[in-house]
Design a protein around this ligand. Structure first.
Ligand code: UD1
Length: 385
């Protein structure tokens, strides 16, 4: 860990928090950029343990060179209330002991809100990276996490201009909002050359892809709104199977989705040669799959952004997005859960190659440096934004 040894003058200390898979690729470049600052900052990393499987967790730390967490709260899986409460209960003594100048949280998972809430109530300033995104769908647990985390944050870093409008509407002072770009894309750009090719992934998995000459699609699915209801999941999978007859599909399955497929007895319907089921992929494997895909089908937020940065067509299997720039400027099409819309979006991509799209402003690989610079200035100004 880049913690300066005692006796070295530091500008302050930041406690960084990660919990779940989409946090890791955001935190990696931020910690690297903060670690490069002079005068130095004392950094420590807390992992809440929300995600714990090797495939969801350790692989990412290794691939992205994230320092080993100083503390793992080991909360594991539970209901939203229990998981959030357990993170809070276990994070409070860490904060009491470490007494950081600020707590830095990323994204919108339960760990993000839980740690922000503990810090804010103790009067420790909160920094939120990826603030201001709104789907306007409060049935989505992440939307609640986003709104509440932003309300109690002192320094808010946004990835796209919709974030500023959303935050101002919710009464956040303009001086606290900083448009810095997208740290996920910092990680993507840094690792593109290391992406694992499909041939290697297939070799490692001991699998083959049916008729891969025409290319392939990649599917990810894990939102509770898509996978927890058997009728919705069945309809989505039937649509996916139709698509797979025209373009083979690679489907790395999230543990939540696998559990639901087993619970609802849907394994058999997925047992077709055109659909390649894989375990959750590591970061470099997923990047390799995405960059060469003809189309991504997904309900992930991050993948909507990554495909826009890569120029790969994306069909989003949700009725909304909190990342509207991926539709307005990028390669994303919102198709929801409606088979007709999904198939029409797929047809259009096969016909035209999909939207050309452009890379949004500040998705240039430098977002983490902008963040580190702003934090440095803020600490230097005695935390006044
Ligand atoms: C969480 C985030 C979601 C993010 C997703 C990425 C919240 C509210 N949701 O959803 O925003 O897009 O991570 O993956 O924070 N499980 C395992 N192994 C693990 C972790 C989870 O098997 O390492 C299984 C467990 O059955 C668990 C289920 O997945 O109950 C759900 O895990 P949880 O962390 O509650 O939410 P995700 O669906 O992963």
């Amino acid at each position: 860990m880049p913690i300066p040894s005692s006796g070295v003058q530091t500008l302050g200390s930041i406690l960084c928090v990660v919990g779940a898979r989409p946090n890791f690729m955001k935190m990696a470049p931020i910690m690297a950029a903060l670690g490069d600052l002079r005068p130095a900052l004392a950094l420590s990393l807390v992992h809440t343990g929300q995600h714990y499987d090797a495939a969801m967790n350790h692989q990412y730390f290794e691939a992205l060179g994230i320092p080993q967490p100083d503390i793992n709260l080991e909360v594991g899986s539970a209901s939203h209330a229990i998981q959030t409460a357990e993170v809070m209960r276990r994070f409070e003594p860490v904060l009491d002991t470490r007494q950081p100048s600020a707590v830095l949280v990323v994204g919108d998972v339960n760990s993000t809100l839980a740690c922000a809430l503990v810090a804010a109530k103790k009067g420790v300033p909160v920094i939120h990276v990826e603030a201001g995104l709104r789907s306007f769908d409060r049935a989505m647990p992440e939307e609640i996490n986003r709104i509440l985390t932003d309300q109690i944050s002192d320094l808010l870093f946004i990835t796209e201009s919709s974030g500023r409008a959303n935050l101002l509407r919710e009464g956040i002072a303009e001086s606290r909002i900083h448009f810095v770009g997208n740290v996920m894309i910092d990680t993507l750009r840094r690792n593109l050359e290391r992406a694992v090719p499909l041939s290697q992934i297939l070799k490692d998995a001991g699998q083959n892809l049916q008729d891969s000459n025409a290319g392939y699609a990649v599917l990810t699915l894990h939102r509770p709104s898509n996978v927890d209801d058997p009728a919705i999941l069945r309809a989505l999978l039937e649509t996916v199977l139709k698509i797979s007859r025209r373009l083979p599909i690679i489907f790395p399955m999230h543990p939540r989705t696998r559990a639901m497929v087993e619970k609802f007895g849907m394994e058999e319907m997925l047992d077709v040669p055109e659909l390649l089921l894989l375990p959750p992929m590591g970061y470099l494997e997923m990047l390799g799959l995405m960059k060469d895909a003809r189309v991504m089908l997904t309900d992930s937020g991050g993948i909507q952004e990554e495909t826009t940065a890569l120029g790969v067509p994306c069909i989003t299997l949700r009725n909304n997005t909190e990342r509207p720039i991926t539709v307005d400027e990028g390669t994303n099409t919102i198709a929801g859960q409606d088979p007709i819309k999904i198939l029409a979006a797929f047809d259009e991509i096969m016909r035209s190659g999909g939207k050309a799209g452009r890379v949004p402003e500040f998705w240039d690989g430098q977002a983490s440096i902008r963040i580190a610079t702003a934090i440095h200035e803020w600490l230097g100004n005695g935390l006044r934004s």
